[in-house]
Design a protein around this ligand. Structure first.
Ligand code: GLN
Length: 214
């Protein structure tokens, strides 16, 4: 099964749609051997998997078409480290609000996420975040039609928050709410933003380290 070449673990990038190349480049420079994953046989070769940003509804459909949905659910349930950014976070969540009714979940994170949560007026924005476990400067985070985590279970560690607008379930015109935008539960990490499109490798290094330990 899993192949570790020296200290370079094989980390897959789900390559059905979305920001695949950026993650491959980041993983390579963060000390992993990056492997695009499109088939169950490729999934079985990797020690961990990145689920990129893109469109979660499209990815969900392609997971079914490529017969990856069940194998991926099984590996995640079996403890394979996984890192989801943006649409990847949505796929890993237990439940999605404002998703499509036929959208499939992989599980792995005991969270409820709200899709496109930050609203149309701020489809894209950037912020500097304090990110738990990352030493050094705040993390520059790019959000693109990003979700937020609306509810997190007891086993979920909140790694970062950003001040956000009131959601559909909050009083209107209330003060900014600290929105959860990065979480970890065991070997599963997710960010509502896109660390792969900055030049800061720290989140990928953190994930590669987690894969090495697993
Ligand atoms: N809004 C997208 C979705 O619902 C996610 C956007 C992204 O990955 N940048 O999947």
């Amino acid at each position: 099964m899993a192949t570790v070449t020296g200290a370079r673990p094989a980390v897959g990038v789900l390559a059905l749609q979305g920001a695949v190349r950026e993650h491959v480049a980041m993983l390579e420079s963060a000390g992993a051997r990056a492997v695009p994953v499109r088939r169950p046989s490729e999934l079985s070769e990797v020690d961990g998997l990145v689920l990129p940003g893109g469109e979660s509804t499209t990815m969900s459909r392609l997971l079914e078409t490529f017969e990856l949905l069940e194998p991926l659910r099984e590996r995640i349930a079996g403890g394979m480290p996984a890192f989801g950014s943006c649409a990847g976070m949505i796929l890993l969540a237990r439940e999605v609000l404002d998703g499509r009714p036929d959208q499939q979940q992989l599980g792995g994170l005991d969270v409820v996420v709200r899709r496109n949560a930050f609203g149309r007026q701020v489809d894209s924005f950037e912020a500097d975040l304090a990110f738990a476990g990352l030493p050094g400067a705040p993390l520059h985070a790019v959000f693109i039609r990003a979700p937020w985590v609306e509810k997190a279970g007891d086993g979920v560690e909140v790694l970062a928050t950003v001040p956000g607008p009131a959601g559909p379930d909050d009083p209107p015109d209330g003060p900014p709410v600290a929105r959860i935008v990065a979480v970890r539960q065991g070997a599963v990490v997710a960010t509502a933003f896109h660390p792969e499109i900055t030049r800061d490798e720290r989140v990928h290094r953190l994930f590669v380290e987690l894969v090495r330990e697993a």
